[in-house]
Design a protein around this ligand. Structure first.
Ligand code: HEM
Length: 126
């Protein structure tokens, strides 16, 4: 692997988009997580999530949607929801043959926002 970047190993934007599409298909089909996306503009989420992961993997893209905390402040996630989402993301990465070490790096890029994903409006009120 030497001097390749994670972005290159994932297949640059098309490879990352494929994983993101698979991940969103799994999220939408999930009994617990799917309902959160009712009425959401999923097409735009697929695109912004692709930007987010491209940037995190060292690509030239920049994530310019709402900050993660702001985007999810009204979504009542529990830690179990985030665990389930991480599980599904690993399944998508595995589906595309991403090796464990690279899969861990991608999951880490999302998981480090766990506190922001779990934040609720009351957190800001106190
Ligand atoms: C850290 C990586 C993530 C980023 C950058 C991200 C980004 C976003 C953005 C930009 C929005 C749209 C906000 C808006 O337009 O109002 C959003 C909404 C949402 N995200 Fe994420 N997200 C991330 C992780 C997750 C995870 C792990 C889940 C787990 C299921 C998730 C589920 C949702 C849901 C349910 C919505 C609300 C849809 C709606 O009602 O409009 N997100 N996210």
């Amino acid at each position: 692997m030497g001097d390749t970047t994670l972005y290159e190993r994932l297949g640059e934007r098309p490879g990352i988009r494929a994983v993101v599409d698979d991940f969103y298909d799994r999220l939408l089909a999930d009994d617990d997580l799917g309902p959160f996306f009712e009425g959401a503009d999923v097409e735009s989420l697929r695109r912004t999530q692709t930007d987010f992961l491209c940037e995190a993997a060292g690509g030239p893209e920049t994530y310019d949607a709402a900050p993660v905390r702001e985007a999810h402040i009204d979504v009542p996630f529990t830690p179990a929801h985030i665990e389930r989402a991480v599980e599904l993301l690993y399944e998508s990465l595995d589906e595309y043959g991403v090796p464990d070490e690279d899969a861990d790096a991608v999951v880490q890029a999302v998981a480090q926002y766990e506190d922001d994903l779990l934040a609720s409006p009351e957190d800001d009120a106190v």
